[in-house]
Design a protein around this ligand. Structure first.
Ligand code: IFM
Length: 436
């Protein structure tokens, strides 16, 4: 099976960490057993989610986690990246994560919790600096409870998307439309990251990373206006979130839009991490503003931004409309190595995956096969890559797309909650077996 999509996948270095990812809000359900998050508030509003759904039940992982741990064990992954729900911890229910971590350890699957994956407790706000301190306090509570069994930690998931989609464009929770005035939200999350690293270190943690989303930015043409627009976008998506952590400075032109005193925080933001997590899905083609509305991953962009998003033609697209560009992963990682040099710690691909329907999901197999090979080319080019996590174990609540997009290796019937492994699950299991 591992050879279906084009010969055996080349061998990755010994100790390479193979895993799958999920997040709390997208799979747990049991919303009645925790405090509300900004996503509960957001989805209660009309027209926010494509199919009108909410994550109140989702995959009901909260009650079915044993079945899901058995699926992980059957798949043969060494690690499982999930997220801890801050609202659930605030309601006093750390017991759920205790049970999950115990069951994972018993099954020989390493728990890799993400401490924030967009489900901010309702009432907190990333525009407020104080939210970063509240986050560090919560991280300390979680580390105190789980740190005897959890050794690998992720502070934040994709602060770029949470800033852009949630606070600049308003298509994700909390639904703010601040455009470039959303930049303080980015700074406060990065501050939260640095404070969380310190809190985890205080509990003895030695294996800490972040899951940042990155992708190559392709200028629409060589015209200076297109190149300048692409550089601006690249700064927003890539450098804004990597430079402070890895170089201890913000990219040129950003500081003026940040809260006063942001530069004084850089020492905290640059608190060293043990590895750097990259979520990769696709490149973006960017050109000069065209005056009209343009789209961003299916989301209409307001006029007035200093760039426009252009279509990537001649590529297959997934069900979510994202182009399939495996070599973008090789290019991204080699460009990171070139830009950050010795400052770049070992890299882990903390998410990569695609939305396709059906149980015999040959498109997903081809996608994953292509991207794993592209990752191997980055290894051959000298990038120190230590792990790869598929997004996602289960079909789940895909944010503003509701249940219309299926990213899982395992199909979930959202009426009965029955889990059915797809062809891609069997294929990935064989890949893992072949990798030893
Ligand atoms: O489902 C999301 C995940 O929560 C964050 N990264 C991208 C995935 C697919 O859109």
């Amino acid at each position: 099976m591992a050879t279906d999509a084009g010969g055996p996948i080349p061998r990755f270095p010994a100790g390479f960490l193979w895993g799958v990812s999920t997040s709390a809000h997208q799979i747990e359900g049991a919303a009645d057993r925790r405090e509300p998050s900004v996503w509960d508030v957001f989805t209660a509003g009309p027209g926010r989610v494509r199919d009108g759904s909410t994550a109140a039940v989702a995959c009901d992982h909260y009650h079915r986690h044993r079945e899901d741990v058995a699926l992980l064990a059957g798949l043969g992954v060494r690690a499982y990246r999930f997220s801890v729900s801050w609202p659930r911890v605030r309601s006093g229910d750390l017991g759920f994560y205790d049970r999950l971590v115990d069951d994972l350890c018993a099954a020989g699957v390493r728990p890799v919790p993400t401490l924030f994956h967009w489900d901010l407790p309702a009432g907190l706000d990333w525009r407020q600096r104080d939210t970063a301190s509240r986050f560090a306090e919560y991280v300390s509570v979680v580390a105190g409870r789980l740190g005897d069994r959890v050794t690998k930690w992720i502070t934040l998931n994709e602060p770029a998307e949470h800033t852009l989609l949630g606070h600049a464009l308003g298509v994700h929770a909390p639904g703010e439309r601040l455009l470039l005035d959303a930049l303080p939200v980015a700074h406060h999350q990065l501050l939260a990251h640095g404070l969380a690293v310190r809190a985890l270190r205080a509990h003895g943690a030695t294996d800490i990373g972040i899951a940042n989303s990155h992708g190559p930015t392709w200028p629409a043409s060589r015209e200076p206006a297109d190149v300048a627009a692409a550089e601006f976008y690249d700064t927003l998506l890539n450098r804004l979130f990597a430079d402070p952590l890895l170089l201890g400075r913000y990219p040129d032109g950003i500081v003026a839009s940040l809260p006063g005193g942001a530069e004084a925080d850089l020492e905290v933001l640059a608190e060293p991490v043990d590895w750097y997590g990259v979520n990769y899905y696709a490149p973006t083609r960017i050109g000069a503003p065209r005056g009209g509305r343009t789209g961003f991953g299916g989301v209409p962009l307001p006029a007035g931004l200093p760039f426009s998003v252009r279509e990537i033609e001649d590529r297959p697209v997934t069900d979510s409309g994202w182009p399939v560009v495996p070599e973008g992963l090789t290019d991204l990682l080699t460009a990171f190595r070139d830009r950050y040099g010795d400052r770049l710690p070992p890299v882990v691909v903390t998410e990569n995956g695609c939305s396709y329907g059906g149980l015999d999901d040959q498109d997903r197999i081809a996608y994953l096969d292509g991207h794993i090979r592209a990752l191997h080319r980055a290894v051959e080019a000298g990038v120190d890559v230590r792990g790869y996590f598929v997004w996602s174990l289960l079909d789940n609540f895909e944010w503003a797309q509701g249940y219309t997009q299926r990213f899982g290796l395992v199909h979930v019937d959202f009426e009965t909650l029955e889990r059915t492994p797809k062809a891609s699950y069997a294929w990935f299991r064989e890949v893992l077996r072949a990798q030893g």
